[in-house]
Ligand binder design. Sequence first.
Ligand code: HEC
Length: 114
Amino acid sequence: MKTRVSTCGAAFAALLLALPAVAVAQDRITRYADVPQDFEFYPLPPGEGVDEVYYGCIACHSLRTVTNGGYSRAVWDELLDWMVENQGMMEPEPDIRAVMLDYLATYIGEDWEG
Ligand code: HEC
């Protein structure tokens, strides 16, 4: 009985944790054309980690290079490696890299219209 209750509680907690992520995913901006021009990290769409990507990627090219096309997490992952190995990007700390990849995969994902 005890196990059953705690399993149920854990499932409920997991559901509560998942809810904000679903809300964010639904409210997010999915097209470059919809990003407000007065947004401080324009042309990147708002989202957690936007500042890391903005400052980490603006050193060498326009952020339109980043918002041109949406990619899957796997492709963004490869692009980050490619940027470091072939384009001279300073290797980000692992936790920063994870934040960048989460942002890119979530907010400039495959459904993004650049
Ligand atoms: C040290 C310089 C440097 C930094 C920092 C950098 N890039 Fe790049 N990036 C480049 C160069 C150079 C190219 C163009 C390469 C080419 O196509 O000739 C490029 C091209 C790209 C492209 C286009 C790829 C394609 O298909 O042609 C994307 C997307 C991209 N960068 C994303 C990023 C992201 C995201 C970041 C930040 C995490 C970033 N870059 C940071 C140098 C950099």
